[in-house]
Design a binder for this molecule. Sequence first.
Ligand SMILES: N[C@@H](CCC(=O)N[C@@H](CS)C(=O)NCC(=O)O)C(=O)O
Length: 222
Amino acid sequence: MPGEATIMSTDHKPVLYTHPMSPHGSIVVDFLAAAGLIDRVEQVVLDFGKGEHKAPAFLAVNPVGQISGLRDGDVTVFESDAIIRYLALRFKSPLFPHHDLARVGLIDSVQTHIRQKAWDHGTGLVFQKVMKKLFTGQDGDPARIEAAEKGLEKTLGFIGDTWFKAGGDWLLGEISTADTTLATLLSNAKRAGYAPSHPRIQAFYAHWRAQPFFAHSPYAKD
Ligand SMILES: N[C@@H](CCC(=O)N[C@@H](CS)C(=O)NCC(=O)O)C(=O)O
């Protein structure tokens, strides 16, 4: 009937195609860890070296040929934020509570803000300081490194000053997908030696790493 949600069969596990070096795979895995869903989704690690992310089998899941991608029976989802929202709705996660539209609006606003304003500074920094050397043998560009670090400081400063108002160390009171997004950004930037200077962001990240579920994060051993 129109307007009625499709009831998904839950006798199979959705399959997440990812790689532990990919922040766009890890952002989904960090969500699964924090949501207590790590055992509800099978993870398949794609081999970049063999070009598995461009192979027809994966292109059928994600036509862009980028990590991450999700197959859930006949359903395919790509773009990591869309995958997080899909899995949160599928498993009715309180980290993105579909029954509370006001809270979903707030969570999605902050999550989207982090992705649009801060995220690329983190991935840019990791590319310049870690990946470029690994893939091309060349050092990173000092001007780009400085710009990325300044960008992170500015955007994380705004995030630190603007949210965390409900008390505690999560952005919006209870833990949400906005927190898991921020945590992945910080874990990824840490791989490039970045540590935020804002005290709220520092407290947030220490709190995140102290959670038992952090053992399931792709960044747990960093
Ligand atoms: N907007 C996409 C970005 C995905 C992305 O850039 N994935 C990278 C790995 S972190 C990738 O697969 N790069 C290989 C390529 O583009 O060929 C998302 O959020 O999922």
